[in-house]
Design a protein around this ligand. Structure first.
Ligand code: NAP
Length: 300
């Protein structure tokens, strides 16, 4: 988006954005985005836009409707992140390579698809003083979020990424796809039984499975009999709950632990900037995310 001054953005008046997905009621995005709009005194509103997968044309109808309703853009979440691609006019390189869009921008009449999960993950590592270009990484899972994490890491110069997945063919496929884009990164797909040996040769371990969140709240992608190395960094994309069994295990092994809340904020921050052209108020958004998490954990 062309850079606009604060005054120009405010002159746009009330603008609508929102979140397309199913379900969406649990999302923290409205609190994060609304806090960011208020920080700039923008009269923008962020709505939850629940869109089912059936009937099949429902998603296309919702996307077409964005133009008619004058939306500036939307976030897209499960289960539509991949299905939305063919409905858009333009895709960023990241969105096309990852095969997933989490942020749509309306630029005039054209619909642009972006993926802010990949840079959001990398930005959160950097915010914690972790430089991806010197990290050997083990990614657990090979689904949508793993695709974003692997792309982001490889783009940031990560020298080695091993992807371990319950379905090894999917891990191998992702490794080959990304190796075709990023020549300088050593990529490999592994079966679950390779966990112990892979654990030894990495600096950062990232959970990209839903194990640890509802309904698998007691689940973990890690076998507790496999030791982690003291000082290894262990990152859980799951952010609710903030303390998963995976992170508890990492703490017992004296690892540095990071939950997915930082990535959530960083990906939302990039969406805010794509829509408004303004620098995202990161600390405001982070505080809003913490409040949303506290409310969710209190069952409110
Ligand atoms: P997904 O596309 O459904 O992929 C799930 C992955 O987990 C697949 O590789 C799957 O293996 C594996 N898996 C699922 N259940 C498993 C089990 N019982 N045992 C072993 N492996 C299992 O999901 P996703 O979109 O990548 O999301 C994963 C997690 O990331 C979710 O918790 C999501 O909330 C979180 N996330 C967080 C952020 C953030 O900003 N913090 C952003 C995106 C996603 P198979 O290939 O064998 O099926």
């Amino acid at each position: 988006m062309a850079a606009e001054t604060d005054a120009e953005v405010r002159a746009l008046g009330r603008r609508s954005v929102g979140l397309i997905g199913w379900p969406v009621a649990h999302s923290f995005s409205p609190q994060l985005m609304q806090a960011a709009f208020e920080a700039y005194d923008l009269d923008w509103s962020y709505s939850l836009l629940p869109v089912r997968t059936q009937p099949r044309e429902r998603l296309a109808e919702a996307i077409t409707g964005l133009r008619a309703l004058g939306f500036r853009g939307v976030n897209v979440t499960v289960p539509h992140k991949a299905a939305v691609l063919p409905l858009l006019d333009e895709l960023s390189h990241a969105a096309r390579s990852i095969g997933a869009v989490n942020t749509i921008c309306l630029d005039g009449h054209r619909l642009w698809g972006h993926n802010t999960d990949a840079p959001g993950f990398v930005a959160d590592l950097l915010a914690h003083g972790l430089e991806p270009s010197v990290l050997r990484v083990l990614v657990l899972g090979a689904g949508g979020s793993a695709r974003s994490v692997v792309y982001g890491l490889a783009e940031a110069g990560c020298p080695q990424i091993e992807i371990l997945n319950r379905t090894p063919a999917r891990a191998g496929g992702l490794a080959r796809e990304m190796a075709a884009i990023f020549n300088d990164c050593r990529l490999a797909g592994l079966p679950s039984r390779a966990l112990a040996e892979a654990s030894v040769r990495c600096d950062l371990i990232v959970n990209c499975t839903p194990l640890g969140m509802q309904p698998a709240i007691d689940g973990s992608p890690w076998d507790p009999d496999v030791p982690m190395r003291r000082g290894q960094v262990v990152y859980d994309l799951v952010y609710n709950p903030s303390q998963t069994e995976f992170l508890r295990c990492a703490k017992r092994n004296h690892c540095q632990v990071l939950s997915g809340l930082g990535m959530l904020v960083q990906q939302a921050a990039r969406g805010f900037t794509l829509w408004t052209g303004l620098e995202a108020p990161l600390s405001v958004m982070h505080n809003a995310a913490q409040r949303a998490l506290k409310r969710a954990q209190a069952g409110l």
